[in-house]
Design a binder for this molecule. Sequence first.
Ligand SMILES: *Cc1c(COP(=O)(O)O)cnc(C)c1O
Length: 368
Amino acid sequence: MTRHPIPFLDLAGVTESLRDELDLAWKSVVAHGGFIGGPEVGEFEEQFADYCGTRHCVGVANGTDALELILAGLGVGPGDEVVVPANTFVATAEAVCATGARPRFVDVLPDTLEVDPDAVAAAIGPRTVAVMAVHLFGQMADVGRLAPLAARHGLALVEDAAQAHGARFGGRRAGSVGVAAAFSFYPGKNLGALGDAGAVVTDDPDLSARIRQLANHGRGGGGHHLHQVPGRNSRLDTLQAAVLSAKLLHLDRHNRHRSALMDRYLHHLPLDHRPLAQHRLAESVHHLAVVQVPDREATTRALDAAGIGWGIHYPVPCHLQPALAGFADGPLPVAEHAARHILSLPMSPTMTADQVDTVCAVLGQVTR
Ligand SMILES: *Cc1c(COP(=O)(O)O)cnc(C)c1O
C-alpha cells in the first residue's frame, strides 16, 4: 500500500500549528531571564487550578514527582499500603514505592479497563492509607463509587490525572474529586509541554503549601537559605509554564477534536474490534484510542505495512513488572487478559476523519 504514513501521535504537527504562540511564549521568558520561578509559573498555576476547578495548583517537574509529592505531603511512608490498579503506567506504582509504602495491586473492569471499585474495596486492610484513582486513556475512574468508598474508610483518594486533562465524571473535572490530583505535561499528554513538566492540584491549602515546600528544597518561612524540612528540587520551570499557558487555550478544542475522531472510529471499526466502554457519567478526553483486537500480531503487521503508527498501553501490567513483582499477591486476570489484546490506534489533535477511515479500512482487511 502506498499511502502517506499516519503517525501514532502527530506531535510535530500539533507544535507547528501553534508555532507563533509558542515562539511568543518562550521568547518573552528568554527576554526577561527569570528561568526559575518567573511570573509565568504563578500565572499558569492560577489558570490551571481554575481550569480544573480547584483552589490550588503547584507546578512541579513532572507527573511522577507530582504523584510522589502528594503522597509525601499526606505523610504516606514505610508500613503504609496504597491501592493501585495493575493496568496503569508504571509511575503510579513507582511513586508509592518512592515513599517507602507498599503498592497493593488490584484488577480493572473488563469493559473500561479502569480500576475496579469492588477490587479496591476488597484490598483495603488495616495498613491501607490511600487509593490511586487512575484516570486511564482519558476516561476518569468511577469516582462516583471510589470517593464514598475512600471516605467511608478514612482513606485519601489520590487522582492520577496524567491522561485526563479536562475529563469529567458526573460533571466534575478530573483533579477536583480527590484530596489532590497529579497531572503530567509530558509532551504526548493532552496538555503537553516542550519537555518534562507536571502539577499537583488540590483544594487543601495546607497540603498545597507542604507540597510546594517539599518541591523547593524545603524552603518556606524564613527565606532562600532556610530549609524547614528535607525537600528536593522538583520545580516547574518558567519556559515550560509559559508554553503550557499558551497551549491551555487550545486544550478544550483539541479534546473536542479527539472526541469526534473517537466517534468516527466507533462507527467504522470492524465488528470484532472491541473499543473500550464509557461509563454513562464519564466524559472522556480520549488520550488514547484503545481497542481490544482478536489477533494483535496480525493487526500490528498490517498497520506496519500500511505505515500506520500504533502503541500498546500497557503490554506488561504493573504486578508482572520485574521491578514490582515483589509486591504482587496473586494473578489479576482482567488486566493480564487485556494486556494481550489491547491496541492503541492513532489519535492526535491534527488527525483527520479520512485518516481514521484509512486506519479502519486497514483493520477491516486484517480480519477478512
Ligand atoms: C505519563 C503518566 C505519568 C507520569 O508522568 P511523567 O510526567 O512522565 O512523570 C503517571 N501516570 C500516568 C497514568 C501517566 O500516563
